[in-house]
Design a protein around this ligand. Structure first.
Ligand SMILES: Cc1cc2nc3c(=O)[nH]c(=O)nc-3n(C[C@H](O)[C@H](O)[C@H](O)COP(=O)(O)OP(=O)(O)OC[C@H]3O[C@@H](n4cnc5c(N)ncnc54)[C@H](O)[C@@H]3O)c2cc1C
Length: 449
């Protein structure tokens, strides 16, 4: 088996570790993946877009797969692909054929394995749920063998793996339902909201009329401006809504990376002053209300992918993302948290607020009905750690939780309280991996197994 020692980290570039990386295609006998790792631990890795330490294991083995779409199969609306295939490759191949992925996160550079393992959500959770809601089956390599997992026949393993952060095995193939589309465009509405109350009222009142909805909040605004935001909502445009060149080639899909972030940027380039200025500019340039605008899929869903390796702009110390959900009815808690972040002057550019709909059966899945706020924060801000610990308590106190795929700092006891089905998860995992060979830095840090 050909392995390579590599320095790995998550998207936030905080915890850098050395692991032995092996490509699944080099492995002829899959049982060796686990047995030859000398107990140091094995974990799957997709495109490394989890922010923290989920897809790495210091001193252990990390299994990667090719992003190879050529032998994908579409049967009706159901697509079967390898676990390492990225949403980017799927969109490039299938949008021109009239299909869109059921759920996409804020980046298209995630693998299908990573999408299932984190049970990702998009701007349509309030109506369509998570990615695994649309998955019907997958193939899982574990220390006890290779298993074909069907959502209806193998509920326990299915829902332990959905959101299970790679800890039940390596997903090597999956089948999920695609959305038929008439065009590669979104008909969207942009609305500026002057504060958090207005934003929440608009989202509660009319989000259900739009398949996709997301609000970008200026967390650095103060006083009466707290929570000022730009809400964008939309649906896939139908043929009748397109004109000119777009109508001639409705399924032409263009998604380019226009810029590449420089290789080295001094730590501190993104600071309170620069972020405040950016947020101000961005809020002012948004229209008060613009309806029926036609946008490309890439500009609506993945604006950040327009800049390659943008995570470097935070400098060498990196950054973290704090994402939590609080249940419906806990709008006061959300407001309190936004006020605390604003008062603390947390330098976050463009925090994102979304609404979650119904919960699925994923034992470690993050979404539950309510409000979710996600914010990127540069490392180094004074008292950040204690502030976030206090916010964890607020979130936990009202039955909320934070998202494992974004986490790089929470404590095990807090996570155990937020995810009460961890014990059931560990029991199912132990049947697939009786010797505890599958682990990650995240699972060790949080005591997930
Ligand atoms: C800019 C940006 C925006 C994002 N927006 C969102 C969002 O809107 N919604 C959302 O839900 N998430 C979002 N994310 C997080 C991202 O969707 C998840 O972290 C996702 O898991 C990343 O997929 P990946 O292929 O990069 O997996 P990695 O980061 O490599 O791994 C993530 C986890 O999946 C496991 N894993 C990966 N591949 C496999 C496999 N084949 N088999 C088993 N386990 C596997 C790993 O072990 C690890 O635990 C965002 C991330 C970024 C960087």
């Amino acid at each position: 088996m050909k392995t390579q020692r590599q320095l790995l980290n998550g998207w936030g570039r905080t915890q850098k570790v050395t692991s032995e990386v092996v490509d699944l295609k080099q492995i002829t006998d899959t049982e060796n993946i686990f047995s030859e790792a000398n107990g140091a631990g094995v974990i799957a890795r997709g495109m490394g877009r989890a922010y923290g330490d989920a897809a790495q294991i210091a001193g252990g083995r990390v299994v990667i797969q090719e992003d190879r779409i050529d032998d994908s199969q579409l049967s009706g609306n159901h697509l079967t692909v390898h676990g390492g295939v990225s949403l980017n490759s799927i969109l490039n191949s299938y949008v021109p054929k009239g299909y869109f992925v059921p759920v996409t996160p804020g980046t298209r550079y995630v693998s299908v394995g990573g999408a299932i393992a984190a049970d990702i959500h998009g701007k349509n959770h309030h109506l369509d749920g998570t990615f695994t809601n649309h998955v019907s089956q997958f193939e899982l390599i574990t220390p006890t063998g290779t298993h074909q997992i069907d959502k209806d026949l193998d509920e326990d393993i299915f829902w332990a793996t959905a959101g299970g952060m790679g800890l039940t095995g390596i997903i090597v193939k999956a089948t999920f339902e695609m959305i038929p589309i008439e065009s590669a465009y979104i008909k969207m509405e942009t609305r500026r909201c002057t504060n958090l109350d207005e934003l929440m009222a608009v989202m509660l009142g009319s989000d259900d009329k739009f398949r996709y909805s997301v609000a970008w909040i200026d967390l650095m605004a103060k006083g009466g401006d707290i929570g000022r935001s730009v809400l964008t909502r939309g649906d896939h445009a139908i043929l009748d809504e397109l004109h000119g060149k777009r109508a001639e080639q409705p399924l032409k899909y263009v998604a380019n990376t226009k810029l590449e972030a420089p290789k080295w940027i001094p730590t501190g380039t993104l600071n309170t002053v620069s972020i405040k200025a950016f947020n101000e500019l961005w809020y002012r340039k948004a229209p008060k209300l613009r309806q029926d605008q036609i946008a490309t899929l890439a500009s609506f869903f993945h604006p950040l992918d327009g800049v390659g390796s943008w995570n470097r702009i935070y400098g060498n110390s990196g950054f973290l993302q704090y994402q939590f959900v609080v249940p419906n009815g806990q709008e006061e808690t959300l407001r309190k948290i936004v006020e605390r972040l604003s008062a603390a002057g947390v330098a976050s550019f463009l925090a994102v607020l979304k609404r979650f709909g119904a919960e699925n059966k994923g034992l470690l899945s993050f979404p539950r009905p309510g409000w979710t706020l996600a914010l990127d924060i540069p490392i180094g801000q004074e008292n950040l750690s204690s502030l976030l610990n206090e916010l964890d308590d607020e979130v936990l106190g009202v039955g909320g939780r934070i998202y494992l795929a974004k986490d790089s700092r929470a404590s095990g006891p807090t996570i155990h309280k937020m995810y009460p089905e961890i014990d059931k998860f560990a029991m199912i995992k132990s049947k697939l991996d009786p010797n505890g060979l599958i682990k990650s830095d995240l699972s060790r840090r949080l005591g997930l197994i």
